[in-house]
Ligand binder design. Structure first.
Ligand code: BGC
Ligand code: CA
Length: 349
């Protein structure tokens, strides 16, 4: 081989190695170089119009703020899926491209997390799902998937118990004195784990407590106050003062029923007893002034705090909170019953 040829080959090799090193140092161009002092969290909710979810994300942001220090910064980006799973997938993709380290995802369609899981897994980004629970087979697909939420059955049982307890102490709820309680039920959202179990267990629990029920109507109202008001207005037109009890899968819809009763000009005995779930401030005030009779506190403070702690922990690779999770993946927050007796305790929060 001539001297010139050999020099040429050496030169080419040096260029190739330099190019490779440059690419490696820049993290292949796509991602920003990762730092241990900056945690980038992408939070994606299913919609921007859900007061319970918004209360929870506000608390989540507060938690992240409190966890910052001189040499540890947390950058939080909160977006919503606009009630469309495809849109939500795209938002997650953008967050991954922008270099996020951890994702907190409130799925639009809890049965369709596959695409999000695939994208995150490719870049090894942990996901903590919350509030809208994927099925267990999905969570178990990969070891960096977690879920923060509640035991839906517990909320249904607790709601049934508060209603049963109230009825025992207030026989006057049976306005027409036929020995049965005529009721309507407002349901959250078809297919949502909380809607299904709350409906089921609230009614089962009442029956177990020997309450004689007569179902007038079940109506879906998408967790939403306005929709529930419309449904209830129609129910009032149809059944009038026959309705003695309203059981609602959440507080927002219970407050929609309150609004419908108010607009119907109901007072005193006309007003059915109304029960919700969540313990949102408006509902606590409604219990305080007698427009609602009870709710079940869905502890969004606790869930937000766990989401924040887990996010930091998976980022750092620690194991303090993770070691306490059910099946290594699930955090289950406890519900609490709220009625006239203890409502002040929750209003003070
Ligand atoms: C809450 C609802 C909320 C829904 C959203 C439920 O756990 O009780 O108020 O609309 O989650 O997924
Ligand atoms: Ca009756």
């Amino acid at each position: 081989m001539s001297k010139r040829n050999e020099r040429n080959r050496k030169y080419k090799r040096v260029i190739a190695v330099t190019l490779m090193l440059t690419l490696l140092a820049s993290g292949c161009g796509k991602e920003k170089p990762k730092s241990n002092n900056i945690l980038r969290v992408g939070v994606v909710t299913y919609t921007q119009d859900d007061p319970f979810i918004n209360a929870m994300t506000d608390k989540l942001k507060e938690n992240f703020k409190e966890m910052e220090s001189e040499d540890f910064k947390i950058i939080v980006s909160v977006k919503n899926g606009d009630d469309n799973q495809q849109d939500q997938n795209e938002i997650v993709e953008e967050m991954i491209d922008a270099g996020c380290d951890v994702l907190c995802v409130n799925l639009v369609d809890r049965t369709a997390p596959s695409r999000i899981i695939r994208m995150a897994k490719q870049e090894s980004i942990p996901i903590i799902f919350f509030n809208r629970e994927p099925v267990k087979e999905d969570i178990m697909q990969w070891e960096k998937l977690y879920y923060v939420g509640c035991d839906a059955e517990q909320s249904g049982v607790m709601q049934g118990e508060i209603v049963a307890n109230y009825l025992k102490n207030h026989p006057e709820v049976d306005v027409n004195k036929d020995g049965k309680i005529q009721y309507v039920l407002l349901e959250g959202e078809a297919g949502h784990q909380d809607a299904i179990s709350r409906t089921d267990y609230a009614v089962k629990t009442l029956i177990e407590h020997d309450v004689k029920l007569e179902k007038l109507s079940y109506q879906f109202a998408d967790w939403n106050r306005g929709q529930a008001e419309n449904r209830m207005t129609r129910l009032i037109q149809q059944y009038g003062k026959e309705i003695e009890l309203v059981i609602s899968n959440n507080d927002e819809m219970a407050l929609g029923a309150v609004e419908a009763c108010r607009k119907a000009g109901y007072r005193g005995n006309d007003w059915p007893v109304i029960f919700g779930i969540d313990g949102l401030e408006d509902a606590l005030n409604a219990i305080k002034n007698g427009q609602m009779q009870g709710t079940v506190y869905n502890d969004n403070e606790d869930q937000a705090s766990e989401l924040a702690k887990l996010s930091v922990e998976v980022f750092r690779g620690d194991n303090k909170y993770r070691s306490q999770l059910t099946d290594g993946r699930y955090y289950v927050s406890e519900y609490r019953q709220v009625d006239e007796e203890n409502v002040d305790e929750f209003l003070e929060k």
